[in-house]
Ligand binder design. Structure first.
Ligand code: PHE
Length: 384
């Protein structure tokens, strides 16, 4: 009786709000509401634009095939404007005002870190497609990711610098105000030293810096064989130009944060022949990857970036978790996510481990003109 009254009360609220037959948090009889919070404006706008394209392609395919357990996906997106505080605001809105069933985001670790406690508080599963800082999923048991982590990424870049670029002396230039940057810098440093290399300089800059000349001068004075730049694409492009202007011509190396179609144009040639790691190889011969690349090209007219591929995968992960859970119950979906094994995505086959993370390989790429040429893949076992 009490339950029946509760349901009636819920229905009354739903009717009063004019939103159809609401039968649970984040879904009704026809739709399930999924949240997305990524930056489609500001300094890292291409991260969100690409992610959203991948997400929308997956939703289109799923809805055309009947949805998730008979419900069509409705997407509620907020632009987090490249700012952690906007990430928190978006999370609060998605959780309270929109009451989304599950949330997908963010890209930048700093934004995921600001948003995660909100979703945790409301018991809404949050899955980041691409935040790599280890502390993101430590925010609570409702927080997941489907990409590799920076301890692995930093180590892989260090091994690549040592073995492939034959570097013995490395310099690092980090953004001291960004968790992604400082984390990746530390992991690179530890692994490079462990491999017998020397970190001859570790320089820092404040968020928003555009003149890196002092740091570049200090780095150049130490004659490194390679400079590691754990930052996002705009900083990488500017730093590269200032390195070249000062005659520091050694290879520059970065992580996934470099990936953007703005990287090469913004660097004005300064990144030619440099290297970075990403999450996915477009040239993958796998049939699933080929079909995705083709569908993406057809819809958007260009090849998908790893951000698009991870955005595409995250929607299918949500679908799989809801199907495994058997019902639209957030706690059960959380449990299903925690148990996800052998998921076959376009970014590889992976499990979700006991820390709610994925263990995947990294693809090292070389910048050649406008193209990112695949060099080789590094697996976790190679650097552990
Ligand atoms: N890994 C980056 C972070 O955690 C985000 C990113 C992922 C950027 C993939 C580009 C490509 O902040």
């Amino acid at each position: 009786m009490r339950k029946a009254l509760g349901v009636l009360a819920l229905m009354a609220v739903a009717l009063a709000a004019g939103c159809g037959t609401k039968i649970g948090p984040g879904f009704d009889d026809k739709e399930v509401n999924l949240g997305l919070f990524v930056s489609t404006s500001g300094e890292i706008a291409t991260f969100g634009e690409d992610t959203k394209k991948g997400v929308e392609l997956a939703i289109e395919e799923i809805n055309a095939a009947g949805g998730i357990k008979g419900k069509k996906i409705k997407l509620t997106h907020y632009d987090t404007a490249s700012k952690p505080e906007e990430g928190k605001a978006a999370a609060t809105k998605l959780a309270t005002q929109d009451g989304v069933f599950v949330a997908m985001g963010a890209v930048a670790s700093g934004i995921s870190l600001a948003a995660a406690p909100e979703f945790q508080k409301y018991g809404i599963p949050m899955i980041s497609p691409s935040s790599t800082n280890p502390t993101v999923t430590e925010q609570g048991n409702y927080i997941f990711r489907i990409c590799y982590l920076d301890d692995f990424q930093g180590a892989a870049c260090a091994v690549f610098a040592m073995n492939d670029l034959k570097a013995k002396k490395a310099a690092i230039l980090q953004n001291q105000d960004d968790a992604y940057s400082t984390g990746l810098a530390d992991f690179f440093e530890a692994r490079f030293k462990k491999a017998g290399g020397t970190v001859v300089a570790k320089e820092s800059y404040k968020k928003g810096t555009t003149d890196f000349n002092t740091q570049v001068t200090n780095i150049k004075a130490k004659s490194p064989d390679v400079v590691f730049l754990p930052c996002y694409y705009n900083d990488a492009a500017l730093i590269a130009q200032q390195c070249r202007a000062q005659g520091l011509n050694v290879p520059l190396l970065g992580g996934d944060g470099w990936e953007s179609d703005k990287l090469v144009p913004n660097a004005k040639g300064a990144l030619e022949g440099c290297y970075f790691g990403n999450h996915y190889a477009e040239a993958d011969e796998n049939a699933r990857v080929k079909a995705f690349v083709e569908a993406y090209r057809k819809k958007y007219g260009n090849a998908p970036s790893s951000l698009a591929a991870l955005g595409y995968d995250v929607v299918y992960v949500v679908k799989k978790a809801i199907e495994d859970a058997g019902e639209f119950d957030r706690a059960k979906v959380r449990d299903a996510l925690a148990k996800l094994k052998g998921f076959e995505g376009v970014t590889g086959k992976f499990d979700i481990d006991e820390r709610r993370d994925a263990r995947k390989s990294i693809s090292m790429l070389k910048i050649e003109g406008e193209k990112f040429k695949f060099v080789r893949q590094i697996n976790p076992s190679e650097v552990e």
